[in-house]
Design a protein around this ligand. Structure first.
Ligand SMILES: *[C@@H]1O[C@H](CO)[C@@H](O)[C@H](O)[C@H]1NC(C)=O
Ligand SMILES: *[C@@H]1O[C@H](CO)[C@@H](O)[C@H](O)[C@H]1NC(C)=O
Ligand SMILES: *[C@@H]1O[C@H](CO)[C@@H](O)[C@H](O)[C@H]1NC(C)=O
Ligand SMILES: *[C@@H]1O[C@H](CO)[C@@H](O)[C@H](O)[C@H]1NC(C)=O
Length: 414
């Protein structure tokens, strides 16, 4: 994602008629001009800066996840000097609005220069905590993506026990499943708390238009391809934060319905450079044979309308509302699956929040176990194609109960 940049043009002033509203619903919990880390000492911070291990302005928060009193934040290694790629801040005390990030599970695991052969977390875009107290980490394995693009390891899935903060599974994507343009920037976990061993991970490969399905029980995976995993050539143009750019990213966002009568979930999915949403049953994805031999089981739901490209999506099981980022609209969109069933169009999709200053590039969102929506915005196009103003607030984390967020929109249950 945000990876396959074809061409970039900077516009001085840009106005999008659609993006007017100021965000009044989501509460800002944290914000940073630039992020810093919780070093063990001032001497350690100075040493990291002097050695180039920490170049402050290169550290951009991208993914988030909430587990109990930890708010996980990922920082992909786009450039050199990203001190740690997987971090968290504590939610116990949120009085400090710009807390230092704490490497997870520790500094050493995030250290790509260490000499020993213990597991290294190289570069992470997104993580997911499941109902079984496990943190699933999709590691692209590539550092300095925009520069030397050094492959430190092949892409791997790491799973941590959140009760002990120890690594309990390390799985490398099979060589035959990795294509030249492959890029793994998301991880979706399909599990129920009473059957932890029956977990499946869906790993969208936005570069080669495929989904890798991993089974925890068999510690095995398969690659699934479908036409619906591809981008829409008419939806690859973006105007965000005054920057115009083109991306060709394929399948990216995936969200899960509650478990249905047949014991399976509906998996809603979309390519990043697309305005359409699709759906398939987890019964199909979880069966290696069916997944690749069931063309008609993958359904088109419909289009959200112009300028509605989305990165991450998440379905709140309580309300049935599918929430997704709206990068061309500086906001967050919604669709109520309980209310609208299979009616999916610009009319049944709403905008829960939008702000052309504080919500420039909503990059990731999650709904926690108490049905709170969390959103991370980070001005990524400026970091990639322009320049971030280090004197301005660039990174923000917002929160709101889903029931509040959808009030007054077409997704409202009332
Ligand atoms: C944001 O929207 C407001 C209201 O429409 C507009 O006046 C302002 O110029 C916009 N700012 C940017 C940076 O686009
Ligand atoms: C890591 O290094 C140690 C000491 O050199 C060695 O005993 C061990 O087998 C190595 N482990 C792996 C996974 O390579
Ligand atoms: C799972 O498969 C990986 C191969 O990537 C292997 O290294 C690992 O030991 C396996 N783990 C278990 C628990 O079988
Ligand atoms: C996958 O589906 C096929 C066809 O319905 C079925 O024969 C097979 O048993 C299924 N495999 C598993 C592992 O469930």
């Amino acid at each position: 994602m945000e990876f396959k940049v074809i061409k970039t043009v900077i516009f001085g002033m840009l106005t999008l008629a659609l993006v007017q509203a100021k965000n009044g619903k989501l509460k800002e919990v944290f914000s940073w001009k630039q992020v810093d880390f919780a070093f063990p000492s001032e001497a350690a911070r100075k040493a990291a800066i002097d050695s180039g291990a920490f170049i402050k302005e290169h550290n951009l928060p991208l993914g988030l996840e909430v587990y109990k009193d930890k708010l996980f934040i990922t920082l992909p290694r786009w450039k050199a000097g990203i001190l740690a790629t997987l971090t968290y801040v504590s939610l116990k005390d949120t009085s400090n609005k710009s807390p230092n990030l704490i490497p997870y599970p520790n500094f050493e695991a995030n250290d790509i220069h260490k000499k020993d052969n213990s597991t290294t977390i190289v570069s992470v875009f997104r993580v997911r905590a499941d109902q079984c107290h496990r943190l699933w980490v999709m590691d692209t394995g590539v550092t300095d993506i925009l520069g030397s693009s050094e492959h430190i390891t092949s892409p791997k899935l790491l799973v941590y026990d959140l009760k002990t903060d120890t690594l309990i599974r390390e799985y490398y994507i099979k060589k035959e499943h990795i294509k030249e343009p492959s890029f793994f920037a998301n991880v979706i976990i399909d599990v129920t708390s009473d059957k932890c061993d029956k977990a499946f991970a869906y790993l969208p490969d936005l570069g080669s238009n495929a989904v890798i399905v991993y089974s925890w029980e068999s510690n095995d995976s398969w690659r699934v391809e479908h036409h619906f995993f591809h981008m829409d050539p008419l939806a690859g143009n973006y105007h965000v934060g005054g920057v115009n750019f083109q991306w060709v990213d394929g399948v990216f966002g995936m969200a899960l319905s509650p478990v249905q009568e047949d014991g399976y979930r509906t998996v809603y999915f979309h390519a990043l450079s697309s305005t359409r949403e699709f759906a398939v049953s987890s019964r199909i994805l979880q069966n290696e044979t069916l997944a690749s031999n069931s063309y008609y089981e993958y359904k088109q739901l419909g289009s959200r309308g112009p300028n509605s490209q989305a990165t991450a999506s998440f379905l709140d099981e309580k309300s049935g509302v599918l929430l997704y980022t709206q990068i061309n609209k500086d906001g967050v969109g919604c669709w109520n699956s309980f209310k609208h069933g299979t009616e999916y169009s610009a009319d049944t999709n709403g905008l829960v929040a939008s702000d052309n200053e504080t919500m420039i590039f909503p990059n990731d969102l999650k709904v926690d176990t108490e049905s709170n929506l969390w959103v991370l915005t980070d001005r990524l196009p400026l970091y990639l194609h322009g320049k971030l103003d280090t004197q301005d607030v660039n990174y923000r984390i917002f929160k709101a109960p889903v029931s509040e967020a959808i009030k007054g929109t077409v997704c409202d249950t009332a």
